[in-house]
Design a protein around this ligand. Structure first.
Ligand code: MG
Length: 333
């Protein structure tokens, strides 16, 4: 059924019922002019907003409504994770082309709910409007964090190690499979597409790292390692040196790169949407931190380089050569 047949109010009622299980017990739920939320005493509210536009950030029918809902929330949660904040509320606005099916909208929220329920996030409000052009999605998330624990991009110093919470390049491998028709092992294809459509934001990891007190600067990897590290470099006035042999190239990226005749390292350095956390720690804190992290999460932290005094972006290759790195990732404008 089209939205025009059922009407906006009826559709909103269906959405409200769909997301009701996540409603904040202290809040008032959906249906008033604004949402009410209570935050812990002494907590700061961390807010992040993201917008996705059809034809720019995603293609239809290239992505399902459920995956789109999941991914839109995942990208936002990744930003809160990068601050070390505990996510609490999500607000969703959709601009929908005429003729959009109700089921598309409900599926969008069903996909989103899979993540919201996992992390106890209330879908607390939003808006639906008609779009004369493409479909657009805007999600705002709010979380809470103690001011002294909040992870910022500034605070890093030369000599500190550059780390990630996971391997890189699997999402770019998935995108490559979507854009190029090529033979590929079924398991590899499934893993690459999952990484691309259903990225797992490092919510618990970000909170854990913030509480550790060892992290000096953090952000999430959304545009690609080399583009994102530049943000850390610029705000802290330092350079970065990576060690090629320590870049955690995802096995899926290796497999797809081989099939596509591409370099696996390119997927890891330039591919975006990995949604791992990128952060810095003093060298003497890394061993203790990574040991405790491994014990807690069952996965390692990766130290892949270090910050340097000089404002340069460089890599020591596997055969010991020093190379200047160029950014070739996603450009927004
Ligand atoms: Mg970010």
């Amino acid at each position: 059924m089209k939205i025009s047949e059922i009407g906006e109010q009826a559709l909103i009622k269906e959405i409200a019922a769909l997301v009701a299980s996540t409603a904040d017990r202290d809040g008032v739920g959906i249906g008033d002019d604004a949402a009410l939320a209570r935050f812990a005493d002494g907590a700061y509210v961390a807010t992040s907003k993201d917008m996705l536009v059809e034809g720019v950030h995603f293609l239809l029918p290239g992505i399902t409504a459920q995956d789109l809902g999941f991914k839109a929330l995942a990208a936002n949660l990744s930003d809160l994770a990068a601050m070390g904040a505990r996510p609490r509320h999500a607000f969703v606005a959709l601009a929908l082309p005429a003729g959009t099916e109700c089921e598309f909208v409900l599926d969008f929220f069903r996909g989103m709910m899979q993540l919201a329920e996992k992390y106890g996030i209330a879908v607390s409000g939003g808006d639906l409007v008609a779009s004369p052009g493409p479909l657009a999605v805007s999600v705002t998330v709010q979380g809470e964090v103690r001011r002294e624990q909040a992870l910022l991009r500034r605070g890093a110093r030369p000599g500190e190690l550059i780390c990630t919470t996971g391997s890189l390049g699997a999402s770019a491998a998935g995108l490559t499979l979507l854009l190029q028709d090529m033979p590929c092992d079924d398991k590899v294809r499934a893993a690459a597409l999952k990484a691309h459509f259903r990225p797992e934001p490092r919510v618990r990891e970000g909170i854990w790292l913030a509480k550790s007190g060892a992290v000096t600067a953090a952000m999430d990897i959304s545009d690609g390692l080399l583009k994102d590290i530049r943000e850390i470099m610029e705000v802290n006035g330092c350079g970065a040196l990576f060690y090629e042999e320590k870049i955690p190239v995802d096995p899926v990226a290796r497999a797809v790169a081989a099939a596509a005749g591409r370099l696996p390292l390119d997927f890891a350095l330039h591919g975006g949407e990995d949604y791992e956390l990128l952060f810095t720690v003093p060298e003497n804190a890394f061993e203790g931190l990574s040991g405790a992290y491994l014990a807690h999460f069952g996965r390692p932290l990766y130290a892949l380089g270090r910050l340097t005094e000089e404002m340069r972006l460089q890599m020591v290759t596997k055969d010991g050569k020093w190379e200047e790195l160029e950014f070739a990732g996603y450009r927004h404008f």
